[in-house]
Design a protein around this ligand. Sequence first.
Ligand SMILES: [Zn+2]
Ligand SMILES: [Zn+2]
Length: 247
Amino acid sequence: MRAQQITTQPPAPTSVVTQNFAAPEGWLTAIRWVGLTAFFGYLTVAAYALWRAIDGGVALAVLGVGLLVGYALADLISGIVHWGSDTFGRRTHPILGPLLVRPFRDHHVDATAITRESILELHGTNCFFSAPLLATAVHLVRPEAGAYGGLLLSGALVAMALGVLAAGQIHRWVHQARPPALIAPLQRLGLVISARDHEIHHGGEHTSHYCIVSGWWNEPLKRMGTFARLEGMLARRCGIPTTRHED
Ligand SMILES: [Zn+2]
Ligand SMILES: [Zn+2]
C-alpha cells in the first residue's frame, strides 16, 4: 500500500529553504563528521563489550530489557529535543540554531526536504549528540559474570543512541512517498512511527506529537498535556517565552 506522504504546511518560501539547506557552515559539517566517526567507533567497541559480557540466558534477558527500555527512552528524548527546538529555539542562536533549531523549523516549511538530505545532514548531528551515550556504555559494561547492572545500563544506553540515530531515518520514511517495502509492517506494528501519527504534528500548530522514533510517548504526553503544562510553568516561574511564532 502506498504510504501517505506528509508534504508541506504552509507552502514553502523557497528563499528560507534554500538558505538553510544549500550551504551549511563549515563548522557544522565538521561537527557532523566528528559525530558520525565517534558514533560508529564507539558503537563497534560497545557491541564487542556487550558480546563479551553475555555469558548465558540471564545476561541475554537482562540485555534485552535494557535495549527495550533504551529504545523507548530514545523516543522520549526525540520528543523533548524536538519540542524544545520548536517551542523555545531561535534560528539565530550561534550554536543550537544551525545544529537543532533550523532543521526542525525548516522541516515545518518544507517537510519533504528531509527525503533529499545527505547521510551527513540527516544523521551527523544526531550522532554527535548520542556518541557520548555509547562512550558511557563502553565504560559501564563489565565482562565479569553476574555484572547485570552494568549490562542493563549499557544495553539501555546503546539502544538510546541507536534510537536517536534511527530518528532521522524513521522520520525520513514517514515523509517518503514510497518508503522501503519492509518499513510498512514495522509502522503497522508500531515499532517505528507511522505517517498517520506524525501527520498530527504537521497538520496542526506543531504543538503535539513531537516524538519521532516509535511514537510510543506521543498520545500519553498529549493526553497529560505535558508539554503545554511545561510551557506554562516555564513562562510563569522562569519568564521563558515561547518562540514558536517568531519564524
Ligand atoms: Zn516531519
Ligand atoms: Zn516540529
